[in-house]
Design a protein around this ligand. Structure first.
Ligand code: AMP
Length: 249
């Protein structure tokens, strides 16, 4: 079975994001970029399924600028077999990405698509669900465990207040949650090997996808600063402050 993994190039999670002075977005010039952390988990899961003999080929795909090639190479160095960059200079919203991915799925015919539950830049948490709807496929979102068994996938989902296990008929979409696995680092020899792995370049038009934006960002602002804390001398003082200053007791 072939697995398709969708990966997005985002601002590195360790970078402090700054809003642009005119509020039109966030500062991206000279900012370190990285693979969306939930997508690293998706790549790792696909590799583990391949190591377990359940999967034959892992194809990674990213919709983004030329530099998203580097992100795809990272996935190849982790263990993916082949990459597709769907190149675009514009910001593509989740619906646009889902339409492109639908085209990729139709061309590649994977038995399973693994994606992150959300991209940490736009926090949309939409693309996997939209892709499932466009394809008419089953979906197992927020996965903390994935088991493949013949033409079925059993997915344990992290839901409010506990875990839910669903059984999906393949082909299906799975989106990853934080506790699914811990992604591996690519070794130096594998980084070298990844340079020779195939990376195809396509455009949204190759898949007939309309990626024109439907949303307009009205304003982007940083959260208000936090007030400095105070040290209290005793439990009694703490209780007094909570009662009389904070008004929470
Ligand atoms: P979102 O709906 O934007 O929060 O993203 C959810 C997931 O969809 C991500 O974790 C990726 O797996 C996938 N995704 C979103 N945008 C892209 C993109 N531009 N290229 C490839 N995959 C993407």
């Amino acid at each position: 079975m072939k697995v398709l993994v969708a990966i997005k190039r985002v601002v590195d999670p360790n970078v402090k994001v700054r809003a642009l002075a005119d509020g039109s977005g966030v500062e991206l010039a000279n900012v370190k970029m990285a693979m969306n952390p939930f997508d690293e988990i998706a790549v790792e899961e696909a590799i583990r399924l391949k190591e377990a003999g359940k999967v034959a080929e892992i194809v990674v795909v990213s919709v983004g600028p030329q530099q998203a090639q580097e992100t795809l190479r990272t996935a190849l160095a982790m263990g993916a077999d082949r990459a597709i960059l769907v190149k675009t200079g514009e910001t593509v919203e989740p619906l646009g990405v889902a339409k492109v991915l639908k085209g990729v799925v139709e061309a590649e015919q994977p038995g399973l698509v693994v994606m992150g539950k959300q991209a940490i830049d736009d926090d949309s948490n939409q693309t996997g669900q939209m892709l499932a709807a466009l394809l008419g496929w089953a979906q197992g979102t927020f996965a903390s465990k994935v088991e493949l068994d013949g033409d079925k996938a059993r997915v344990t989902r992290e839901v409010d207040g506990g875990l839910q296990t669903v059984e999906l008929k393949l082909p299906a979409i799975v989106t990853t949650d934080l506790r699914l696995n811990e992604p591996r680092y690519a070794s130096l020899p594998n980084i070298m090997k990844a340079k020779k792995k195939p990376l195809d370049e396509k455009s949204p038009a190759d898949f007939g996808a309309d990626v024109a934006p439907r949303l307009k960002v009205v304003k982007t602002e940083e959260p208000g600063g936090r007030k400095a804390g105070v040290k209290v001398g005793s439990v009694a003082e703490l209780v007094d402050k909570l009662k009389n200053e904070a008004g929470v007791l």
